[in-house]
Ligand binder design. Sequence first.
Ligand code: CA
Length: 221
Amino acid sequence: MSRRTLPLDDRLYAYLLSVSLREAPILAQLRAETAAHPLAQMQIAPEQGQLMALLVQITGAKHTLEVGVFTGYSALAVALALPADGEVVACDVSEAYTAIARRYWAAAGVDHKIDLRLAPAVDTLDQLLAEGSAGRFDFAFIDADKQNYIAYYERCLSLVRPGGLIAIDNVLWDGRVADPTAQDEATTAIRAFNAHLAQDQRVNLSLIPIADGLTLAWKRL
Ligand code: CA
């Protein structure tokens, strides 16, 4: 039998979490603190953090990139999954949000793995490329302003090695990408990004309908 992806109602989602979520207490604490934040919806879902940690472990990633940190949940999930000498180069522009992130990274004992760059991410990624870091990274996560998604992706594709993985968040954008009446800037940017990836022969793809939609792009060898 083949069928489309199941819609998750509240009961089935609660069941999914009950039989699969293994969230470290420090991650749960960060999620609880962030839930009170006015922009709490910018935080990734816990089962998505767990998927990203698993991807890092499956691929044996050591050098990772993050574009868009917010209060640091995804970077913390990844850093906890990395080996002791692993690194997350984390890009964000907000001193205020990343102050929360730094507090939790330190409490978890992984702050030495996370290199936070407070600057526009395009500048940081260009600087990494200029320093000769092309092909140095094993994994990248993009979850920042949607208007720059293609710019972030193109730079990350240069920065990851062949066989490296890029994960891109919010590609289903609360369903608005499929609503032709939604023509706001972020929605049209995500549509353009999804179309860009759909024809990109440099990568193998899977769009996973987890949380708000997560595309995995694997850089071909
Ligand atoms: Ca997101």
